[in-house]
Design a protein around this ligand. Sequence first.
Ligand code: GLU
Length: 548
Amino acid sequence: MTRKRKDTLEVATGAGVFAPSGAPPSAHARIVPSGELAAREGQLFRALDTRGEGEIPLAALSDALVQTGLRLDDPRLKESMECLARFADEPCVSPTELREIIQPNLLLVERALQGSLVIPEWREFAQEIRAIYEATKQNEGGKVADYIPQLGRVSPDQFGVACCTIDGQRLAIGDAGVDFCVQSCTKPINYCLALEEHGQTEVHTYLGREPSGRGFNELSLNNDHKPHNPMINSGAIVTCSLLKPGLPIADRFDYVMGMWKNLAGGVKAGFSNSTYLSERQTADRNFALGYFMRENKCFPKNSELVETLEFYFQCCSIESTAESLAAVAGTLANGGVCPTTGQRVLQPGTVRDCLSLMYSCGMYDFSGEFAFTIGLPAKSGVAGALMIVVPNVMGLCTWSPRLDPLGNSVRGIDFCKRLVARFNLHNYDHLVGSLENKKDPRRRASDQRADSVTTLCWAASQGDLRGIQSLVARGIDLDSADYDGRSPLHLAAAEGHAHVVKSFVARGVQVNPVDRWGGTPLDDARRGGHAAVVELLEAAGAHSGARP
Ligand code: GLU
């Protein structure tokens, strides 16, 4: 087959390549020698050449990437996608051409195709999330916020769910692209900005960090006459007074909008002027809070109260989508580095502080309950958004406008309950191990099983009874066996660990499992000359297998 190029591209022939700038150094900043590079690219070609024909269909690479959860408009794939477009007239690409295509974004392409992104079985995960979405959608409980007409008029049935992993795997379901006001979801972001600008010590001379145990807009301060925390109205208003106080108000707002854009991977946030005007007009409680706090000297010197309150209303009136908020949450999950652009937007310490307060105070008067049952940092807003962070894994956003009496989205909470019932994402699920039969989306199902069997067999072969005990405590089946049919009892018997064999027998494990060569544990014990083990096994009814 003849291939015509639209333009000639230079294949990297130098000593090595650097990954594109802006990428996180840990993931990308490494010089790759050209020999190694060619070998790795060749490997990827072979992976895609499922028909073994020495050329692959043009769409094979993009299809494979999409299957991993990456989007073709991901900024980290830009160069490869541009290059791919130059081959658009050709049905197939050769190894050399594939090399040209993937070389500029090799590291990401390689990780994706090798199944090394944080959620390796993306299709299965996405399917599960869709099923959870459909089940949650049946829930029509709750009532849309109507304290301002702009919220009251929103169609209550809408429901969007979006997800963005720390590796930039994306999912958007239902109304994930519909605009809504972020409302209280602005609070954690502004808190982050205040921390970045002033540092933790300074910020917390103005703000507490305890849950208030009171309503989100209650007229109350803690014993030090500070707002209880930045996730409720009083604290969020004071936080606004801390953001770039020296700048004109228009520039302060631009600054906040710019940060939202960076946090969302370059997607601009919007602004609902009518919501802002309504918020301002119906803000008696927030004005009361403002005056009450000014009386209690809660604001930094020279703060202008009305300007601060208006700034707060403006921040609540920022518009976004579930898709963008999931990316914002993904940036928090990734310690402040935006997953899709690789840009460090926030310092890790800032994110740690923010997530701590989202965990304890982010869900209005349901915060303690949410931390207990869901076990994830989250923030909700009265427009029905719920921004959820699974640290080191992903950000999620649900949006559904019907709220419960505490102001949280009914479907948002319902979705989270179903999510952590299916997956081991609760902060403390790792302590429970496999007892509750939850899936770990960070692992391949086959790896999960193989790993636990390997660990168990290893502990048995080492005579590590304590190790075995802890694996049992995590729900591991002692009768499991590896690919060769070798069970923990085979290994303990082969190594002559009588105390382990005794414990296995006492626990009622099968004494005559047969490995792929037809051997039983008794055969292993005899071959090794372990008389005590032979005696124990025979007393338990063990017999020899077919192995000589
Ligand atoms: N604009 C609302 C207020 O300050 C925000 C409420 C919220 O989302 O919690 O009252």
